[in-house]
Design a protein around this ligand. Sequence first.
Ligand code: SF4
Ligand code: SF4
Length: 626
Amino acid sequence: MQYDNITGSYNSNALLTGNEAIASGAHKAGVYIAVGYPGTPSSEILPFLAKFKSAIVNWSINEKTALEIAVGASIGFKRSMFTTKHVGLNVASDPLMTLAITGVRGGLVIVTADDPGMHSSQNEQDNRLYAKFAKIPMLEPSDSEECLNFTAAAFDISEKLDTPVILRTTTRISHSRSIVSQPDIPGAAVIFKPNASYSEHLNKPYIKDIGKFVMAPVYAKKRHKAAIKRLEYLTDFSNNSGINKIEYGSPDFGIVTSGISYQYAKEIAPSASFLKLSFSYPVPNILIKEFVKNIKNVVIIEELEPFIQNEISSLGINLKGKEYFPRDGELNPDMVERGLGEAGGFIAYESRSHSKNNKPGFDDPGNILETLQPRLPALCSGCPHTAVFYALKKLRVPVMGDIGCYTLGALPPLNAMDTCISMGLAFGAAQGLSLTKSSSKKTVGIMGDSTFFHSGITSLIDAKYNNISFTAIILDNATTAMTGGQDHPGTGRNLSLNQSVSNKIDIKKIIEGIGINEIYTIDPYDYNKTFKILKKALESENLNVVITNRPCVLYPKKLDCGKKFEVLKGCPGCDLCMQIGCPSILTSSFFNPSGNKRIPFIDASCTGCSICKDICIFNFIDEIKK
Ligand code: SF4
Ligand code: SF4
């Protein structure tokens, strides 16, 4: 049964994504405040939690600020949760590393959703290493039911053991649906009562404790010792809490695994013995020794880094794992089957290919993906970024780019962005490149509105402070488009119970406040003016800023310009309009008047932005007359 938006409750089993289940677990645990910055695959947690209307749920300007808010709430004896994608934890790592030694008051849970395979990310770092780096415990659910239960448990663990707790998921866990057989989740008005034995101190009035929260060296040294000591309790907990489990099957063949890899391994070798590490840092030394003692051949299956393998090897036990499974990308059942086969001496007890072939009426279609034509991702029809990138391409300037939908401006046919490295990098990189004088052209830094608020502001201030000249372009489409249209300080809306808590922050006023006087606001649906203004900004020797003013065509609501465009008869087939990469412009089966080139065709997905009309210098594109 699905979540009911009207009653704000479930009555029985629910088919939830991992992200929805995490939100439900936080609600169940009575989280007081939940904050984060959108990032795939974590973005759906906070909007789902907001539906319960039981906690303060806000998007923050960036991950560092979000974690800092969660820390403050914890110091105030309230439960708090911070959500992020894997790379966002890098942004929050400064407070994280010291929070790890101060410990907490109210339970503090950090949800990091990693992206093995880089479906929507610039790298595939393995955030399990953060748990070890910071000496804090980590939970890894394998399905939605565990997402809910582990999230709720994480708050208790945090309070009981005086530590923030990392709950790590991966894309397949975050976005897959599975049954959650929880009892009734309370309705909107009811808040779950936290486990009294762990949480009796919650909701106390604020008190000062400088020994715990002022990390000047004199106190920090003591707290670091306490954090090292805490590892002993955490290891004890890892062995005895029941969260880590041995599932005995065959005495000849065992698998140590966690997260989604557990599901793949269970599918391929269900008769094997399993040590399922759900509390995966610190690892349960006693359980591991018991497992290895009782099972003849043991292999480790894990995605990305040999994290479990290294932890087990530090116990003096050498097990193989990465020898058979890759260190990059996602695993899948086929890879697990192959890896177990290569492991030699192991028998995949149920041959999956055998059972597949035996299914009545089942024809193996082979790898369908291999038969598909590769297709590059593209900006949407009518995306307001299109004209800016097309103009930059014509202007042939170095463009330091950033992370958002607009990263697609780097791909053909636009080819107008030169870098995409990390959130908020563009204006810093533009400064650095400009200082090298390695290009005769003025440098451009380009980023979206959400990225500007996230971490672009500081480097623009820095550029003004150090008097470094480049052209900063802010593609203000009034949303965080790439992750699904979340709000940010520039939209004036948030997820909270009470929308009036949000204020709209004016980007132009911020820039004026920095002291930058040369600011241009442009309408990117007017290509000719866009080109002219960008050219002017690039000819100026000043540090200047260009801000676009058209919203995304998908968020917050689908754009309808109320018109459509067509290619007129007589089109010479020059292909200019194809160069903007609008997905609505396709090659037709018709030829130009000379009969030597196919002409373009605009399909029904045209949003009527009119950019192509401006691009067609021969005037063969026009609005369809009704
Ligand atoms: S979602 Fe919005 S910003 Fe992203 S490509 Fe589409 S129109 Fe452009
Ligand atoms: S007007 Fe032209 S560029 Fe705009 S969406 Fe339609 S076909 Fe694409």
